[in-house]
Design a protein around this ligand. Sequence first.
Ligand code: UD1
Ligand code: CA
Length: 460
Amino acid sequence: MAAGKGTRMKSKLPKVLHRLAGRALLQHVVNTAAELSARRVVVITGHGAIEVEAALARPAGAGATFGLEYVRQEPQLGTGHAVQQAAPALPDDGVVVVLSGDVPLTQADTLRVLIAACGGDKLALLTIAFADPGGYGRIVRQGGGDGAVQAIVEHKDATEAQRAIQEVYSGIMAVPAKLLKAWLARLDNQNAQGEYYLTDVVKMAVADGVPVVAHKIGDALQVAGVNSPVQLAELERAYQLRTARALMEQGVRLADPARFDVRGELQCAGDVEIDVNCIFEGRVELGEGVKIGANCVIANARIAAGAVIHPFTHIDGGKDPVLVGAGALVGPFARLRPGARLGEQVHIGNFVEIKASTLAKGAKANHLAYIGDSQVGERVNYGAGSITANYDGVNKHTTVIEHDVHIGSNCVLVAPVTIGAGGTVGAGSTITRDTAPGVLTLARAKQVSLSNWKRPEKKK
Ligand code: UD1
Ligand code: CA
């Protein structure tokens, strides 16, 4: 269900598209369905339907064998009405799991237990006890206590005595499709909110003699919804803290778990150290003993064993993951862009940008440089202030710097161009043609000799 408006977000963006840990809320829910190997995933849209439908991605991975289907709910007349719209898309022999698009952190294992509790012939509700259950649908049981579930009563329809019940409905149920469809057809809106309540199916199950089972969990994070920016931020922190704890339990040393963000997947080998304020996005792998300095943003990258990323480094491989070789040193203030591939022991220093380039073992660019669309050989030393001019305004061209070349400071290598192995390019050169191996090339636009110049003396 993702048709609701979410006015408390005070945002033009549909509520379910707000991001938690780098993904839309609804995307988390769809990904969870994929983990369950759902046969179909039917998303009920309404408010912002076009945007929501355009934004969702079909999850990758083994479980994601379904197509995403959308049904529209217009106008929004309640959760029961929402699910009614989806009924034609639900195969009669299936079990339906109802999820809310704004409840992002339900774990697949929890839902597996719920589905097992449904067993193909019962109505299974995911419930939780809250000290402050205000606003939620209450689980009414026979004789109170642990008796059989009789009904869910919405807060606005509940009596004082019912409002004292702490066990609430999470908004998540598992139910055989055939039974669900029959009950949906009988819903009415005779209640305090004039809505078609999905929760009324509980009474119908009881009347039809279908067992209603509650799977009660203690983990509030799994059923927490997002209704406001404050709740979004709280859930984000809770999620990040949980991710941080899991990594620390695995042996990763985080300087401060409260200043650590993963917006995607982070895999760490042993003895990894991460200083404060780092953000990891997309898929990132850190090898054995990797150290990440403070304030780094690292996205879509594989960093091999023993590499050190110094503070304030920005790495983003986008669709072409960045590779950092074993023992490489990067930063501070370095920028590695898509297709940057650094070999072992490569050194990339401050204010150096690398894009779509391979640097072989031991190559160094320590200060103020740009290397784009290039192949750089082993042990090359690339001087401060030097750049590859790879773009002629229309096309991009390749620069090849063979092994053991020294590029002086403040050089421009105008691609396409090859610097022969072992050669040296003198400081301030603009290279427009290939150079032979082993030679010194000086190609300066203008030489100004200052050898006769003396500082004038001050008049007395
Ligand atoms: C619902 C439950 C309540 C439960 C609570 C848990 C009903 C009647 N009540 O409350 O028992 O404790 O969830 O959070 O089901 N939606 C639609 N179309 C609609 C209305 C809602 O798609 O017409 C979607 C919303 O976008 C949201 C979800 O359904 O994703 C739940 O809606 P919300 O209004 O938050 O739930 P309540 O009705 O307050
Ligand atoms: Ca509501």
